[in-house]
Design a protein around this ligand. Structure first.
Ligand SMILES: [Zn+2]
Length: 340
């Protein structure tokens, strides 16, 4: 089958938005750093995730945004070579079942079958962060890496580990839960029930909780104006705007999150010896540079002599399209047996 002409659909189903993209693999010539990435994005579309908590509304929204992306690329589901849809949380990939998604309200739900029926094509399910790391590995900031770690920061913190050029998924597929490394026993409560996880110290949710404490004491006017004292309203954009206004209180919150991220990264480097760590996710697309500086400095202070020079810390290149691209790449790999 001529994969040059084949087009793949990838969809990232998040707690706040659903993003779909269409992708076409490029035939690769000689491998070089400067060659065009091996997948080309043809279109993308975005909608807000429905808030009803009903599975049928979610399926309808995913199908709608997929159709929008297909329309924009001038194609239809009948012409697609494959399609993948990524969700947060554990899943049964073979059975196409979403086991549990804390933020989407799905539990043991046959999402692949429901979407296949709505769109008229077979759908492959993926874990969102694993798909994001695969996307960056094949077509983004981790291109060419043999040993790497991807850390995605947003509402929570997810991760993916690349060993010898391949995504490492572990014995039951759940490897890379970097957000639940316990860094401060007895620290803030995490969504997983433990105290002091990286996620409870450095996610956007953790920063939002700090911002509420500050805003309610009148210490950060820009943050208070953006979101009041409801921590759910502190989007990454609110922090970005406060940083742009030179608000030092917001800066300290971001630097503290970066500090804990750096402690986690030092542990990962000691255990895995990666050549590169990639930071991605909604937080990073808004104020990744400042976060990276704080995290990198903290990590380097804690690494053994000489080790810091062996690891790069880069930002996501694909941004919002990392997860959809990873879904498309995984769908292609399944169909063509491609091991990129
Ligand atoms: Zn946790």
């Amino acid at each position: 089958m001529p994969s040059e002409q084949a087009v793949y659909l990838g969809v990232d189903v998040g707690a706040t938005k659903i993003i779909a993209g269409l992708f076409r693999p490029r035939t690769q010539g000689k491998k070089s750093e400067t060659a065009a990435p091996p997948v080309e994005a043809l279109s993308q579309a975005k909608v807000r995730t429905p808030k009803s908590g009903k599975a049928k509304d979610l399926v309808a929204a995913i199908a709608d945004v997929a159709r929008l992306a297909m329309e924009e690329a001038g194609t239809s589901s009948a012409k697609l070579a494959g399609a993948g849809v990524a969700v947060p949380g554990p899943l049964d990939r073979e059975g196409g079942i979403v086991r549990y998604t804390p933020n989407l309200g799905l539990e043991n739900y046959p999402l692949a079958a429901e979407l296949s029926q709505a769109l008229g094509i077979p759908i492959r399910l993926e874990n969102d962060v694993q798909a994001g790391v695969l996307g960056e590995l094949v077509a983004g900031g981790l291109r060419g890496a043999r040993n790497a770690v991807g850390i995605f920061l947003g509402t929570g913190i997810g991760g993916g580990i690349v060993i010898d050029g391949k995504l490492y998924t572990g014995s039951t597929g759940s490897a890379g839960e970097i957000g639940h490394m316990i860094l401060l026993e007895g620290g803030p409560l995490c969504g997983c029930g433990n105290y002091g996880c990286l996620e409870a110290l450095a996610s956007r949710t953790a920063m939002a909780k700090d911002a509420v404490a500050l805003a309610s004491s009148g210490k950060s006017l820009p943050l208070f104006e953006a979101a009041g004292t409801d921590f759910r309203k502190f989007r990454s954009s609110a922090f970005e705007a406060a940083l742009e206004q030179g608000d030092e209180a917001a800066g300290r919150i971001v630097d503290r999150a970066g500090f804990w991220l750096g402690v986690g990264m030092a542990n990962l480097v000691n255990i895995l010896n990666p050549e590169v760590i990639l930071l991605g996710g909604g937080v990073v697309s808004r104020f990744g540079k400042r976060l990276r500086e704080a995290a990198k400095a903290t990590m380097e202070e804690r690494l053994m002599t000489g080790l810091a020079a062996t690891v790069k810390v880069v930002l996501s290149e694909l941004g919002d399209l990392a997860v959809p691209a990873g879904c498309a790449i995984a769908a292609e790999a399944e169909l063509e047996g491609v091991k990129r």
